[in-house]
Design a protein around this ligand. Sequence first.
Ligand SMILES: [Zn+2]
Ligand SMILES: [Zn+2]
Ligand SMILES: [Zn+2]
Length: 88
Amino acid sequence: MMTACSHIAGIRTVTPSARGCEECLKIGSPWVHLRLCRSCGHVGCCDDSPNRHATAHFHETGHPVIRSAQPGEDWFWCYVDEVAFLAS
Ligand SMILES: [Zn+2]
Ligand SMILES: [Zn+2]
Ligand SMILES: [Zn+2]
């Protein structure tokens, strides 16, 4: 899939920082799906989750690209360009 996103070139392989959403684990909150920041390895919850920590992480850090951390899901999302693309 071709995209207009220039940030994909800057991402790297990261090690997930936690087995679940870091912030939700601290406060004991549930989440729906997990998202992995491809700049630093932060694990946050998706926008269907009550606390939306993945999006909050983008606003805090400016890290543009996440990928789904769900098994079998292989897509990325750029918050800056608001485009989704598949891993190649
Ligand atoms: Zn982008
Ligand atoms: Zn969370
Ligand atoms: Zn990050």
